[in-house]
Design a binder for this molecule. Structure first.
Ligand code: TA6
Length: 284
């Protein structure tokens, strides 16, 4: 139904294969929906999201690229990649029944705060698992600072009963407590507004919720955990009470793990999501 709300200038691609179904917006190379065969929706899309050209979409898997958080001059949050129109350069089915899409965004940066020529590529493979590979190449002749993150919104039955394992004993920056550095004890649970950047994290996290179990694997070193809690009322495209339905668990290289890309150099991050067989469709 949310397709119908989309502005006609916001093209959506749909993948359907024996492993499941996914919807990807060309704007931002953003995965909006992923439903493994016979399973529920794994990603959360805000019922209040704008579906308009040039406006960030609240949900699915937005990219934060080429920076995370506010730009150095305070002008723009999370980079321009998520509001830019990417091009589909390849789409094909593979012998194992999976589908592979390749999307690209290249040229001169539209943002003076990041004055570089670049090429970003995003590969999306829908198999039994969903694998995203993002690469960023600096095509300018000056070193470019770069952060890259998959800002995934996972659908949960109720965030108060969600739990993330795989971050035990990890250090994190608490953005809601003057960016103090703290250490996680036990699993991560959400009992209030939460906005943390975990550093040097293990390759794998598991998100447990009453809806089911999701494995998140990545070679990247940061993991951001975010839920707006009752601050959702102040975020127009989220809306009061809607925080209960999602938890952001975001893998990438940001903060201490942001990089400097030399002219001609590339940086790549990969993430694989696997549903661990527990999100059976209700009533089946
Ligand atoms: O990744 C967490 C975060 O950076 C939070 O600080 C919060 O603001 C969130 O992203 C959403 O950002 P957005 O620009 O999409 O509203």
């Amino acid at each position: 139904a949310w397709h119908e709300a989309a502005d006609p200038g916001l093209p959506l691609l749909e993948i359907n294969n024996r492993h499941g179904r996914a919807v990807v917006a060309l704007q931002g190379a953003q995965v909006l929906s992923w439903q493994p065969a016979g399973r529920e929706e794994m990603l959360w899309l805000s019922p209040r999201s704008r579906m308009q050209t040039g406006k960030a979409i609240r949900g699915g898997i937005p990219l934060c690229l080429p920076w995370f958080g506010l730009a150095a001059d305070g002008s723009m949050q999370h980079g321009f990649a998520r509001i830019s129109d990417w091009a589909l350069t390849e789409a094909h089915s593979q012998s194992d029944g999976s589908t592979r899409l390749l999307l690209e965004l290249a040229g001169q940066s539209p943002q003076p705060v990041w004055p570089h020529a670049f090429r970003f590529r995003m590969e999306i493979v829908l198999a039994e698992r969903l694998t995203l590979t993002l690469s960023a190449e600096n095509r300018s002749n000056a070193p470019a600072p770069l952060a890259a993150l998959f800002h995934t919104y996972f659908a949960v039955s109720d965030v108060r009963s969600a739990r993330v394992t795989g971050l035990e004993q990890t250090r994190y920056i608490d953005k809601l407590d003057a960016s103090r550095l703290k250490r996680q004890t036990g699993a991560v649970t959400i009992e209030a507004e939460t906005d943390r950047i975990y550093l040097d994290v293990p390759a794998e996290q598991i998100l447990h919720s009453l809806a089911g179990t999701m494995r998140i694997e990545s070679d990247a070193k940061s993991c951001v955990v975010w839920n707006a809690w009752d601050n959702d009322r102040n975020i127009a495209d989220l809306g009061a009470g809607n925080h209960a339905g999602y938890l952001c668990v975001e893998r990438g290289n940001v903060a201490d793990h942001a990089v400097t890309l030399q002219p001609g150099a590339k940086h790549e991050i990969r993430m694989t999501l696997s549903e661990l067989g527990t999100h059976a469709l209700r009533g089946s």
